[in-house]
Design a protein around this ligand. Structure first.
Ligand SMILES: NC(=O)c1ccc[n+]([C@@H]2O[C@H](COP(=O)([O-])OP(=O)(O)OC[C@H]3O[C@@H](n4cnc5c(N)ncnc54)[C@H](O)[C@@H]3O)[C@@H](O)[C@H]2O)c1
Length: 373
């Protein structure tokens, strides 16, 4: 049996998942106690491109991987060399008709998600699909309802929700440490991985939307977005989104693949304290600032006191996400990023896309709901 070793460098998000290394683990410590694949863990990973190979690595480490499927022979061959014990196929139809495959993990281009998720559910398979769930809210809703009717798990790869820093932040917010949330912003900027099939909004912003909705604890009522297409006509390289939540909470999301350096920063302004999650920082990724404005004699005076760095266990979010999928299948539970939570993200993306096309005009989320009826 092939043994694997994972080295996660610093950040535990996308970059860290990519930084994972596969090789022979002489000590076998990482995986020795995970045992052999269980009969219930017959997972097929479909799509082993840029991102899918990270899913392959994780499900292999979890001893759940049965089949790797990709229509690209070169990618398939590369994976076959790394995982000689795992079956490979270029036939998605073959995966669908194999009744011994209990679950599929889809890391194919977004445009295929709707049709592939639908077919998988119709074949009674549990599904973990990379973000976005689909390209339209109506399609996403159909998938969620189908999964519920069939009683299968439907999970969407909103990986950031599995980041230990985000989980800790959520706990801090729920305990009221920051007070009432006033404002949130998220920057996800980098140079590269320019996509031709989707714009930056659909490529990067699903992560920010899912985390912000989760931290605020609701979905926006209105959004707007503007963007700039510089490299390819009609495909935005940079977008800025504004989100308005109930109770006046506001957020903005700034995403770009045309930026001189990498930045992944989430800032939360509460009426008591402020928090910063800087996922590109080497150390001190999560900080709480006991800062704010106090009114003295009718004048606003900045209050600058302590800054606290919070520590959390470094774990690869993708690993936690994959474990969640398997646990939810075994225990018949809803994942943290289930189909319903993904629908919320999809609604925001669709409304933002409409706003982009309308030159930044505000779009109410109930417009999307109406479209779904
Ligand atoms: N969670 C994250 O942080 C993250 C990061 C990057 C990408 N993604 C998501 O992962 C998905 C894939 O993105 P990518 O960058 O890996 O794309 P990619 O183009 O590198 O890989 C897609 C793979 O799917 C294969 N494929 C296409 N059609 C197929 C079919 N019918 N049957 C089997 N295989 C097929 C392709 O050959 C390719 O290997 C997208 O949904 C993307 O949004 C998520």
């Amino acid at each position: 049996m092939l043994r694997l070793e994972v080295t996660v460098v610093g950040s535990t998000n996308e970059s860290a998942a990519v930084a994972g290394r596969v090789g022979v683990n002489p000590a076998g410590s990482e995986v020795a106690d995970e045992g052999r694949r269980r009969a219930s863990d017959n997972v097929a990973v479909v799509g082993c491109g840029y991102w899918g190979k990270n899913l392959v690595r994780n499900f292999a480490q979890l001893r759940a991987l049965r089949v790797i499927c990709d229509s690209n022979e070169k990618s398939l061959r590369a994976q076959a060399q790394l995982y000689p014990d795992v079956e490979i196929t270029d036939s998605f139809e073959g995966v669908m008709s194999d009744e011994t495959i209990q679950a599929v993990v889809l890391a194919t281009p977004a445009v295929m998600h709707y049709a592939q998720v639908k077919q998988a559910i119709q074949n009674n398979k549990h599904v973990f699909v990379e973000k976005p769930l689909a390209l339209r809210h109506t399609e996403g809703r159909e998938l969620v309802e189908l999964a519920e009717a069939r009683g299968v798990v439907l999970m969407v790869g909103h990986i950031l929700e599995y980041h230990p820093a985000v989980a800790l932040l959520k706990d801090i917010i729920q305990r009221g440490e920051l007070g009432r949330i006033w404002y949130v912003y998220s920057n996800r900027l980098n140079l590269g991985k320019v996509r031709q099939e989707e714009n930056i909004l659909w490529s990067f912003a699903p992560h920010d939307v899912s985390v912000i909705c989760s931290l605020v604890g609701s979905e926006p009522i209105e959004v707007n977005a503007w963007g700039g297409s510089y490299l390819q006509s009609g495909i935005a390289d940079v977008t800025v989104n504004n989100l308005l939540f109930p109770d006046g909470v506001r957020a903005h999301i700034f995403v770009s693949w045309l930026h001189p350096y990498k930045e992944q920063k989430l800032v939360i302004i509460g009426d008591r304290k402020m928090a910063v999650f800087d996922d590109t920082a080497r150390e001190g990724k999560l900080k709480i600032y006991d800062k704010g404005i106090e009114w003295r004699a009718g004048l606003p005076v900045p209050r600058q006191t302590s800054e606290t760095t919070l520590f959390f266990e470094e774990q690869e979010p993708l690993r936690l996400e994959c474990e969640q999928f398997l646990t939810c299948i075994r225990e018949r539970r809803q994942p943290l990023t289930d189909g319903r939570s993904a629908l919320r993200v999809l609604k925001v993306l669709e409304a933002s896309q409409i706003s982009l096309e309308r030159g930044g005009a505000s779009v109410r989320l109930d417009e999307i709901d109406k479209g779904a009826n």
